[in-house]
Design a protein around this ligand. Structure first.
Ligand code: PEP
Ligand code: MG
Length: 742
C-alpha cells in the first residue's frame, strides 16, 4: 500500500517538473509501465478542435504511431472510455464491438485492455491506457490507474491550455498561457518579480539551459557567494555556539570546495539543464544516498545537504525581491500574495499581480481592485520558480497570465487600453450629475477604503462606507499603538468631514493574517475571525476604539461598524467595551466627545435570521455580501477550486438580502451594502430593486455604477427584481439577468 503511494507520489512529482509536454507524457507512460510491470502504457490527449483523441506517448506500442493515431471519441475502445467517462477493463479486446485496429501501433498482440479517462474540472482531457498480452488487470491496478489519472489531470490541463497538446513535441509543458481567476480588472505588461517566501528546491522544474556557459558561470558565482556567507556566519558565531556546531559551517565549505559536488552540478548543466534544475537533481541524489544509510548520524546529513542546496538556490534565483534591482514595470508574483508583500513594493511601479493561491473574492483581490492594479489569482499551476524576470501579461478580466506574450497580443493590449480610455472619458461626463434613478429616487454611493494611498477625498463618494482598519494593521510588524492609530483615523475623518466615515473594527482571521500574529487553523474562515478575535483580546479592541473616539473629537462623522457578528451577545459585549472606552476617553482628556453610531455587519447566516433583533440594538446595518455569500453557500471565498459556485446571485443570497433590507425599513435603520457586489453595475441594479439605497464600493467602480443607476426606472426595476426572487434555480436566475442586460 505504502509502496504504491510512494510510487504515485514520485511519478506525480516527476511529471510536475517535466520541462515539456512531451517529456511529461513520456515520464507518465514509462514510469507507470515499469511500476505496474505491464506490457504497454499509452496516453491519448483529447484535441478540442477536432474532437479526436491523439496518441501522444506510449511505452510498448510502436513509436511511429505517436502523433499519427487519432481516434474520434465515437470510435474504438479508447473513444468508448472517453464517451462514457468511466474506466473500461476488459479481456479479449479484439472481439469487442467497439474495437478498432490501428496497424501502425503493432497492438494486435495485446488482448487485455484497461483505459481510464483523464478528467479535470469536469472536462475530458484524455485517456490513459494499459495493454497486456495475457491475463487480466486486477482491481488494484485499475484503482491505481484511476488515482494517478486524477492526480495528473492538473498538469495535463495546464499543458492543454498552453496549446502544447496540439503542437506536440518540444512545446513547453504548460508555460504559454495559464488561467486562474480574474481578481482585478485591466491588463498589464511587465517583468515578473517573484517573491518566493518558501524558496524550495523541490519547486524547481526541469528546463533546458538556453546558454550553457552562462548557466555554469551563474552556478560558479552562486558557489562563491555561499562560501563567503558561510565564512561570515562562522566567524560571527565564534564563541557564541559550541565549537562542534560551528564546525558544520566548515563541513559545508569543504563540501563546496571539494570537486565532486560542484562537478556533478556542472556536468548536469553541460548535459543541457539550467543551473537551478541541475542543482536540484544533484542535491536530491545525495539526499537519497544519505537517507538510505543505516547509520542515523549519516542519515541526518541528508538535511545538511538540503540546507546547503537551499542556500545555493537562494543565490541562484533570488527568492526575495531586492528593491534596488526591481524593474520599471513590476508584475508581483508569489504563492500567496499578501498585503505585506504589496506594502513592500513601490506601488507606482507595480503594474500587475499574480497569486498562485486565492480567488476573485479573496482580500488580495479586493486590495488589488482598491489599488486599481490588474490581478489574477488561483493560478496554482504556474511554474513560479522559472518565471523570475520574464516578461508577463496579466489579464485581470479573463484571468489569463501570458508567459510568452506575442507582438500580436501587445497590439491588442494597446487597442484595449484605448477603448478603456474612451469609456473613462464618457464616465467623466456624468461626474457632476446627482445620483438619482430615472424616476428621481436618490441613491447614495460610498467608497470602500483602508489603504494609506487613499488619503485624498474621493469626489464621487458620499462618504466612506467601509474603512477596513485591518489594512494599516497588516502593513506593520507589530500592533499599531493608540496614538499611531489616532493619527491614521483622524486623517481619514478630517479628509471626509462632514461626510460620514464608517470604520470597521479590526477584522483579521480568514485570509487576512497579521505577519506578527499568525493564526494557524484548519478552517480559518470558520475560526477566530473579526469580532470573535477582538472580544477575546479586549486590550486590542479598547485601544482601537479609544483611538477612533479620540480621532472623532470635534469632527463627529465617525460611525463604528462591527464585523462577523453571529450572536446578539457579541453585539452586547462589544457595546459594553465601546461604552467603557468612551467614558475613559472623556474622563481623561475631553469634556465631552461626539458619540459614534454603532452598526453591525450582516455577513453570517445566523445574523440574517436575527436581523430584526440586531436592528433594534444598533444604529445601522451593512451587508458584507462577500462573506454572506461564502457562508450561505458553504463555499470558501479564497478557494479557486470552488470559485465557479461562489455566486452572489444565488436565490438563497437574494432572499437573504431581501430579508435584511426589509428589517432595516421596519426598524427605520439605514441599511447599506459594502461587499464587492455593490461595485458591480449589474448587481447594483439588482440591489436597488431589493431595497438598498446605500452602496459602498471600490473607488474605481463609483462612476460605472452611477452610469447604470441613472438609467434605471426604480419602480419597474423593483417589480422585475421581485419576480426574480421567485426563481429557484441559480442558472435560471443567471440567464434571466443576462437576458435583461445584454
Ligand atoms: C464582506 O464580507 O462583504 C466585507 C465587506 O468584508 P470583507 O470582504 O473585508 O470580509
Ligand atoms: Mg467580511
Amino acid at each position: 500500500m505504502n509502496s504504491m503511494l510512494n510510487t504515485l507520489r514520485r511519478i506525480v512529482q516527476e511529471v510536475n517538473r517535466a520541462g515539456t509536454l512531451h517529456d511529461g507524457l513520456e515520464i507518465i507512460v514509462s514510469r507507470i509501465k515499469s511500476a505496474l510491470e505491464v506490457d504497454v502504457c499509452s496516453v491519448y490527449i483529447h484535441e478540442e478542435e477536432s474532437g479526436e483523441l491523439v496518441l501522444l506517448a506510449t511505452d510498448g506500442l510502436l513509436p511511429a504511431a505517436v502523433g499519427r493515431v487519432r481516434i474520434p471519441v465515437t470510435e474504438g475502445l479508447v473513444g468508448w472510455v472517453a464517451e462514457r467517462a468511466e474506466p473500461i477493463n476488459i479481456a479479449g479486446s479484439s472481439n469487442h464491438p467497439r474495437y478498432r485496429y490501428f496497424p501502425e501501433t503493432g497492438e494486435e498482440q495485446y488482448e487485455i485492455f484497461l483505459g481510464v479517462p483523464i478528467i479535470h474540472h469536469r472536462q475530458l482531457l484524455g485517456v490513459l491506457t494499459l495493454q497486456q498480452f495475457e491475463g487480466r488487470f486486477s482491481e488494484e491496478v485499475e484503482s491505481f490507474l484511476i488515482t494517478i489519472a486524477s492526480q495528473l489531470a492538473g498538469a495535463i490541463a495546464h499543458a492543454e491550455v498552453s496549446g502544447g497538446a496540439r503542437k506536440g513535441r518540444g512545446e513547453p509543458f504548460g508555460r504559454r498561457v495559464v488561467v486562474g481567476r480574474a481578481g482585478a480588472p485591466g491588463i498589464a505588461v511587465g517583468r515578473a518579480v517573484v517573491v518566493d517566501t518558501e524558496c524550495k528546491l523541490s519547486n524547481i522544474v526541469d528546463q533546458p539551459a538556453e546558454n550553457i556557459k552562462k548557466e555554469v558561470a551563474l552556478f560558479r558565482s552562486a558557489l562563491k557567494q555561499v562560501k563567503k556567507e558561510l565564512t561570515k556566519m562562522s566567524s560571527s558565531l565564534e564563541g557564541q555556539i559550541p565549537e562542534d556546531e560551528r564546525a558544520l559551517f566548515d563541513a559545508y565549505r569543504m563540501m563546496l570546495d571539494g570537486r565532486s559536488f560542484n562537478q556533478e552540478v556542472i556536468e548536469q548543466i553541460k548535459a543541457g539543464s539550467w543551473a537551478p534544475g541541475a542543482l536540484r537533481k544533484v542535491v536530491e541524489h545525495h539526499v537519497d544516498v544519505f537517507r538510505q544509510m543505516e547509520d542515523p548520524y549519516l542519515q541526518e546529513r541528508a538535511n545538511d545537504i538540503l540546507d546547503l542546496g537551499r542556500r545555493l538556490l537562494k543565490a541562484l534565483v533570488p527568492c526575495e525581491s531586492d528593491s534596488e534591482k526591481l524593474p520599471k514595470n513590476i508584475i508581483l508574483v508569489a504563492v500567496d500574495v499578501s498585503a505585506a508583500m504589496l506594502a513592500e513594493m513601490p506601488v507606482r511601479r507595480l503594474r500587475g499581480i499574480v497569486s498562485l493561491r486565492g480567488s476573485g473574492n479573496s482580500h488580495t483581490a479586493i486590495l488589488a481592485r482598491a489599488l486599481n492594479i490588474p490581478a489574477v489569482l488561483g493560478v496554482d499551476e504556474l511554474p513560479i520558480s522559472m518565471i523570475a524576470n520574464r516578461e508577463l501579461v496579466v489579464d485581470g478580466d479573463s484571468g489569463e497570465v501570458h508567459l510568452k506574450p506575442s507582438a500580436k497580443l501587445k497590439k491588442e493590449i494597446r487597442a484595449r487600453r484605448q477603448v478603456e480610455e474612451e469609456i473613462n472619458t464618457e464616465l467623466e461626463s456624468i461626474r457632476d450629475l446627482p445620483v438619482v434613478t430615472l424616476d428621481g429616487k436618490k441613491i447614495e454611493l460610498f467608497v470602500n477604503s483602508g489603504l494609506a494611498s487613499d488619503i485624498r477625498r474621493n469626489p464621487d463618494a458620499a462618504g466612506v462606507g467601509l474603512y477596513r482598519t485591518e489594512f494599516p494593521f497588516m502593513a506593520r510588524d507589530r500592533f499599531p499603538g493608540e496614538d499611531e492609530q489616532y493619527h491614521i483615523y483622524r486623517n481619514v475623518l478630517q479628509t471626509y468631514a462632514p461626510l460620514p466615515v464608517t470604520m470597521r473594527t479590526l477584522d483579521i482571521g480568514g485570509d487576512k493574517a497579521l505577519p506578527y500574529f499568525p493564526i494557524e487553523e484548519d478552517n480559518p474562515f470558520l475560526g477566530w475571525r473579526g469580532i470573535r478575535f477582538t472580544l477575546d483580546h479586549p486590550e486590542i479592541f479598547l485601544v482601537q476604539i479609544r483611538a477612533m473616539l479620540r480621532a472623532n473629537a470635534g469632527i463627529g462623522n465617525l460611525r463604528i461598524m462591527l464585523p462577523m457578528i453571529s450572536d446578539i451577545n457579541e453585539l452586547k459585549a462589544a457595546r459594553v467595551l465601546i461604552d467603557q472606552a468612551y467614558s475613559e476617553v472623556v474622563g481623561e482628556s475631553y469634556d465631552s466627545i461626539e458619540r459614534a453610531d454603532i452598526g453591525v455587519m450582516i455577513e453570517v447566516p445566523s445574523a440574517v435570521y436575527q436581523v430584526d433583533l440586531i436592528a433594534q440594538q444598533c444604529d445601522f446595518l451593512s451587508v458584507g455580501s462577500n462573506d454572506l455569500t461564502q457562508y450561505l453557500l458553504a463555499v470558501d471565498r479564497n478557494n479557486p477550486r470552488v470559485a465557479e459556485i461562489y455566486d452572489s446571485f444565488h436565490p438563497a443570497v437574494l432572499q437573504a438580502l431581501k430579508l435584511i433590507s426589509l428589517a432595516g425599513k421596519k426598524h427605520k435603520k439605514p441599511v447599506s451594502i459594502c461587499g464587492e457586489m455593490a461595485g458591480d453595475p449589474i448587481s447594483a441594479v439588482i440591489l436597488l430593486g431589493l431595497g438598498y439605497e446605500q452602496l459602498s464600493m471600490n473607488a474605481s467602480s463609483l462612476l460605472k455604477v452611477k452610469q447604470f443607476i441613472l438609467e434605471v426606472d426604480s419602480k419597474k426595476n423593483k417589480r422585475w427584481v421581485n419576480s426574480l426572487l421567485d426563481v429557484g434555480d441559480p442558472v435560471e436566475v443567471y440567464v434571466t439577468i443576462q437576458r435583461r442586460f445584454s
